[in-house]
Ligand binder design. Sequence first.
Ligand SMILES: [Zn+2]
Length: 484
Amino acid sequence: MGAKSPEMAPKTAHSRDGVGRLVAVHAHPDDETLATGALLATWSESGGHATVISCTRGEQGEVIGAELAHLEGNAAALAAHREVELVSALQALGVAEHHFLDQLPTVLPEAAAAHGPAARYADSGMAWRPGQKTGTAAAPENLPADAFVAANLDEAAKRLAAFLDQTEPDVVVTYDPGGGYGHPDHVRTHDVTMRAVELAQRAQPVVLWASMGPEELRQQRRDLAHAPWAQASAQQHDLEIPDPDGDLPALANADRPVAIAVTVRPVLTNMLAALTAHGTQVHAITRSTETENATLLGSYSLSNNVLAGIGTTESYSWGRSDSEERARHLRWPRYIDEAQKSTPAEDGSSGPTGNTSTGERSKMLLTKPPWFRCFGIVVLGVVIGLIGSLMFRSVPPWGLVVSCATLLSASVLARAWAQAPGVISLGLGWVVMVQIMALEGPGGDVIIPADPIGYVWVFGGVVFVLAAMLAPRSWFRDDEFVGS
Ligand SMILES: [Zn+2]
């Protein structure tokens, strides 16, 4: 049973916002939410078409809670239950289409002839490497007979490639070569996806890998250890708080530059609902009670009972060397920030490390000044410089008070709207206009004469602009202005 109708949605023209098609390839039900939940929700929210392909049904997973504990070890029953959880999670994320890889609506005549009926891909199971409950997973000692890791790579990849060719997605997203945290099915999912993109004839998608900077993850862990709400959750559910200096999973080990950063806050409610839907896999789902300067929006735990954080951004690196260039021609949804200067990773290998660490890069992304707004702000500065200079002498001192108050309000607005570059733009437009108005006209007239009230307008204005520029960042809630 697929989560949605097994028919493929036809490839149609782009959505109302011009956002195209995205295909996310995952190993098990729950990974779509854990690894790419914010991207899927944001994509769907903007009217784009999102498809999730799950390679297995997660039948070897551990089960949280006594109520459903009987499902653990019963592969068929757990698979059926997790499919139901998946349907509800996909609904929460707004995902339009879902398929299991072994049921993709693409029948390959040559594969069918060569291999008989389509193979079924089963969860391979996993074991934590000794002493690495927060680090890296490994293959278990006894693999199930139809384990996905043992499936023929090209056969699985051709199945996916045919689907990609029929739907021609703009973006394909999966894990990094380390499979996120090393689960053998995740590594296999990565390999199959990358091979499928290679085999595809028509589809030429941007490829993204879910990844995270090591410093970003360590900072999240430090914040988890200090946030009172997270500590309360850890205590209530008897969870281990991960060591910020401990082992890091593969997704945070390579330090690839962040290519795409998705702002999580606008879709946090969807993500929490999707996490909650995966009740046998995720528990202790907690929303942060902090509203100011929060680096974490919430927390949860998997069956390993280790506290994990929900960060303010979900980051991705380029999965192919041509992805950055292709990405430039795509329309990205609001709340997805594309870094223009990151270095693309080579196919199938770790990307080169840029000079900027991933953590810093994603902070830059969050505060990246929207330059196109700055042009409008320059014009605003010119207008305020012109009208203010014409009226500051009228009805003393009220003309001056109104001119100064207008400039101060505009400076604050510019800072909130486009950070410091916004204030600089406003100041630039205003200064240029005031300089012009202070020049002597053809008849010897000067609109801003060198008298006390003229000095207040010129130098007072400079003080107002500087004040708005130097005010503490915490006074301005940048995220409320994103995309407005
Ligand atoms: Zn998984």
